[in-house]
Design a protein around this ligand. Structure first.
Ligand code: SF4
Length: 970
């Protein structure tokens, strides 16, 4: 008998249909109630899409809403989502735990006692909004706009709140990025002008990962499934990780280098390609800025060497040739031998050579990714991302099938209904002149800056962010937040209690992923898509014909969604429109009234998403109804080599070409420019904009770098005071053996647990049962030397204090290095909090000395969820980040997380979870690192605070880049 033909889901997932309910039946889907077994009881569901909010990937979810109760029964994957294709990690379905969390915050709260005393009263949204809006209005009117700051952890929608701040005229966007991924971003941006890679893992021949991508990496599930697809198609996987991660267990080559040596290894691979002429010569000739490099006369080979100036191409000499460049390239990298890499990394030279030979076979099908990991761990970590991308640039594996795309080309950002102008100010508290090349705001230095009285804050928002727990040096944050002279009013926007919100003046309850709106798009593969997060109960009731004006009508308690909150707050700041702010949240349909959330998205979907109106019309739906029905739309399937596209005649008007072949035009940007790369925002002095770069006889789109090419040589780095790092190089980090004392070792403190989220998963019971503690990984030999076994207590001593943690003895880490996940050690000061994963602690404080002592771990408790009586775990780990001082990399601004520590057997009387810190020492370390910077005052080549071409959230108006501008420059 012949097998019936396989049936595949017709949407973007292309998975076997048996895995998903067909979309035609999403209005009434029937399942058998497992709990009624052995009776056969049918339950009927509306299936409503949304997107997960539990990491940055924004995978599609389908909420199963019971038609009788109106409640969500479960979340599964949305097969209509082109990024996640119906699949999720454990954190996606656990959204159900979050919305059913018996300890969640349901009503707006206002502090009554002292900050941190845990005394609150319920307040109304109206009262809170009026108070906060009044303060903000006053600060704006009194020209104290630098006292308003919004500090975001997990962004929901690309740019939404940045536009709100721009509407207020406030340069007050602060992010968590410099404790997360700035190191990688810096390395990528220097090469291609865009700060993230979009690897096409599924079509690669060889995949190199310097991160734990299969379990917790960037765009985790969408990328992980494509890495596995690539492997299934025969790709070889190489993983560099000091720790045997789950990702490493899937590798064909796993190497465990000394932390911080990765750039040396990667450059040795690059050197192998260079010396053996195994690079893509034509690609390098066309797309690297080698002419600029030769003209600059750089001969730097690495750290510590002086630059010399050659006369290539100067003073009437013949123009530089590519062959000259190739000769220099060979010289420049000749010292990066496999033996040198082996000496730095501790990895056998033969193994590195084998890896190099394998990579050489990949050609343009070489995909790579380096995110967080070492780039967030060590000083100079950004050079690792730069070195990794150099391999792609050598092989020409950029924007090719199986290669790596610049992120913005695989991402779709629609035009919003309003675009307020750039703020006319510069906030030095976030963008200080000491860090002109930092990738993001110097957010984790805030307590030190305020203490130095650089500024004070009148209104400080945190939004899904928990700096006391997440950032290094958390006690300095407590010192800042408890000082009303430094922070006038602190507003915590959060779905759950956290360590920082205890010190707030207002705690305002925000929705989880299935209770709010956002749109987003990420670089998951060579395509462009747009996802729609929505409050599923609202969408369900609208499907049934109800009118829902405000998400509070469907959310539990008075939980709100942020976009409505921000629009309402903005409206109240400028009710009469006299400040020019109100216009950005005003309805176009009914002028004089506030913009509603449906109109906001309706406008975007009607006007800014190519192809969506047609797709919707084909199903007799409006674009908004289509997005509410399916939760995502594919905008483009293959984007390809945008850099290589010829610039059309229509864009070439009164052009001027400079010595590097960059072409400037007077033609306006085409309306569709939001789906193509934006060349460098630099224009010429005569008002033209950069449109492309000459390659041979043609003007091509190029890359959004100052040269329009891939920048092997960074004039920016050189001009801003760091000429020794103008080329991809290796820097001996702050934890290099040369910089450690004899009894010190390295602590890797950055790794994620695949099933936890920084803060919001503390009451996700399914996840907590899987992972709830963070012992110290220590190698068998190391443990034997200390005489400890698994479970024995260790003290880990940092520069500013110590913590106490049980040992986990393993062969899965490089001998001599220790590691501890940062996902655990949550704490609360009273019963108020998430009781499934937060210990109750006593906070001791005398002068600058602070301590945490665990009074009680997790234990069973009665609640609306009977499962809370079944909690069997007690240990919830230790909060190690508090014992880390700030380590801002002087170039990228990234906090360098790896710590030089002493590990010893705990003292008698030490208990698991104990933490001690002296914040006076924190300040000493802060000053030591600050002294390493090369500030704009002294090094800016043109009197600006920062290169204008570099990415920056919420760019101020251009004149405010000047160190001495006219007007307000606070
Ligand atoms: S990878 Fe997991 S946590 Fe992240 S969005 Fe997807 S399902 Fe959610």
């Amino acid at each position: 008998m012949s097998k019936p033909p396989e049936t595949f889901y017709p949407g973007p997932s292309r998975n076997h249909l048996a895995a998903f309910p067909p979309k035609e039946r999403w209005n009434n889907w029937t399942e058998i109630d497992s709990q009624a077994w052995p009776r056969r009881k049918e339950r009927h569901y509306s299936l409503v899409p949304t997107t997960c909010f539990n990491c940055e990937s924004a995978c599609g979810l389908l909420a199963y809403i019971d038609k009788v109760t109106g409640e969500v029964q479960k979340f599964e994957g949305n097969p209509e989502h082109p990024g996640s294709r119906g699949r999720n990690c454990a954190k996606g379905p656990a959204t159900l735990n979050q919305i059913q969390d018996p300890d969640r915050i349901l009503y707006p709260l206002k502090r009554t006692g002292k900050r941190g005393a845990g005394q609150w009263e319920r307040t109304t949204w109206d009262a809170a909004l009026d108070d906060i809006a009044g303060r903000i209005r006053k600060a704006i009117v009194e020209d104290r706009r630098n006292e308003i700051m919004y500090h975001v952890g997990r962004p929901g929608e690309d740019g939404f709140t940045e536009r709100i701040l721009a509407a207020w005229g406030v340069d007050g966007h602060n992010s968590h990025t410099n404790i997360c991924s700035s190191g990688s971003r810096e390395g990528y941006q220097l090469w291609m002008g865009l700060d993230r890679p979009s690897p096409d893992h599924a079509n690669a021949k060889v995949i190199l990962l310097i991160s734990a991508h299969l379990e917790s990496g960037h765009y985790f599930n969408p990328h992980a499934q494509r890495v596995i697809e690539g492997k299934a198609n025969g790709a070889k996987l190489i993983v560099f990780d000091t720790r045997l991660s789950h990702t490493a267990t899937h590798a064909d080559y796993w190497v465990a280098p000394y932390p911080g040596s990765e750039a040396a290894m990667v450059l040795a691979i690059a050197n192998y390609l260079i010396q053996n002429n195994l690079y893509n010569r034509e690609f390098v000739r066309q797309w690297w800025n080698w002419e600029e490099f030769l003209q600059a006369g750089v001969k730097a080979k690495g750290e510590g060497e002086t630059n010399e100036t050659s006369q290539v191409g100067k003073g009437g000499l013949p123009p530089p040739t590519f062959e000259q460049f190739e000769g220099q390239l060979k010289q420049l990298y000749a010292d990066y031998t496999f033996d040198f890499a082996a000496q730095e990394s501790g990895v056998d030279a033969k193994t590195i050579e084998e890896i190099a030979k394998l990579i050489a076979t990949a050609g343009t099908r070489f995909s790579s990714h380096n995110w967080r990991s070492v780039t967030s761990g060590v000083s100079g970590g950004w050079t690792v991302a730069r070195a990794v991308f150099m391999l792609n640039a050598l092989l020409g594996a950029i924007a090719t099938e199986g290669g790596v795309f610049p992120n913005a080309w695989n991402k779709f950002v629609p035009k919003p209904i309003y675009t307020p102008p750039h703020p006319r100010m510069w906030n030095e508290t976030q963008w200080p002149r000491e860090y002109p090349l930092s990738m993001h705001e110097m957010s984790f230095l805030l307590p030190h800056f305020l203490r130095e009285r650089r500024a004070k804050l009148d209104v400080y928002f945190t939004r899904v962010y928990n700096p006391v727990w997440t950032n290094p040096d958390g006690f300095s944050w407590i010192e800042m937040l408890t000082d009303p002279d430094l922070v006038g009013c602190y507003v915590a926007l959060t779905p759950t209690w956290n360590e920082t919100s205890y010190f707030a003046d207002y705690v305002l309850p925000m929705g989880h992923g299935s209770e709010r709106h956002d749109i987003h798009s990420y670089e998951t593969h060579d395509a462009q898509w747009l996802g729609f997060r929505q409050p599923v109960k609202k969408a369900d009731r609208q499907r049934e014909g109800e009118t829902i004006a405000d998400t509070r009508e469907v959310n539990p308690g008075e939980v709100w969604e942020e976009n409505e909150f921000w629009m309402e707050l903005t409206w109240r700041i400028d009710r009469d429109g006299s400040l020019g702010i109100r216009q950005f949240v005003e309805s176009k349909k009914q002028p004089g009234t506030r913009l509603g959330i449906d109109e906001y998205y309706e406008w975007i979907f009607d006007n800014s998403v190519p192809g969506l109106p047609e797709k919707a019309a084909a199903e007799d739906l409006t674009p908004l109804q289509f997005m509410r029905r399916y939760g995502a739309v594919e905008v483009k399937q293959k984007v390809g080599k945008i850099y290589d596209e010829a610039v059309g005649e229509a864009e070439l008007e009164d052009i001027r070409e400079d010595a590097l072949g960059r072409v400037f035009t007077r033609a306006a940007k085409p309306a569709s420019s939001n789906v193509v790369p934006i060349p460098s925002p630099d224009g010429d002095d005569d008002g033209r904009r950069l449109v492309g770069v000459r390659v041979g006889d043609e003007i091509r789109r190029g890359f959004p770098t100052p040269s329009g090419k891939l920048e092997f040589y960074s004039r920016t780095i050189s001009d801003w005071g760091w000429p020794e790092y103008a080329l991809p190089t290796y820097i001996k980090s702050h934890v290099h053996p040369d910089n450690l004392e004899e009894d010190q070792t390295i602590l890797i403190s950055t790794f994620r647990l695949p099933v936890q989220i920084h803060t919001r998963s503390a009451n996700a019971k399914w996840l907590d049962e899987i992972a709830h503690t963070n012992p110290l990984w220590i190698h068998t030999n190391h443990a034997a030397k200390l005489g400890v076994r698994t479970g024995d207590l260790l003290r880990v001593e940092t520069e500013i204090g110590y913590y106490v943690v049980p040992a986990w003895v393993t062969e899965g880490i490089r001998p001599g290095i220790v590691a501890c996940s940062h996902h655990m050690g949550r704490w609360k000061l009273s019963e108020q909090g998430q009781r499934q994963l937060m210990a109750t602690v006593k906070l001791d404080h005398e002068g600058t000395e602070w301590g945490l002592k665990r009074e009680k771990g997790a234990e069973p408790y009665e609640s609306s969820d009977p499962d809370t009586l079944r909690i069997w775990w007690n240990d919830v780990g230790v909060h190690q980040n508090m014992t880390f001082p700030v380590h801002p990399d002087p170039i990228s601004g990234m906090h360098c997380w790896h710590q030089a520590v002493r590990v010893r057997v705990a003292d008698e009387g030490d208990n698991p979870g104990d933490v001690f810190v002296d914040t006076a020492k924190s300040r000493e370390v802060y000053k030591k690192w600050l002294a390493m910077t090369r500030p704009a005052d002294k090094y800016s080549p043109g009197g600006t605070r920062r290169p204008y071409w570099m990415l920056r959230p919420l760019k101020p108006a251009r004149e405010f880049y000047n160190l001495q501008p006219q007007g307000n420059n606070k």
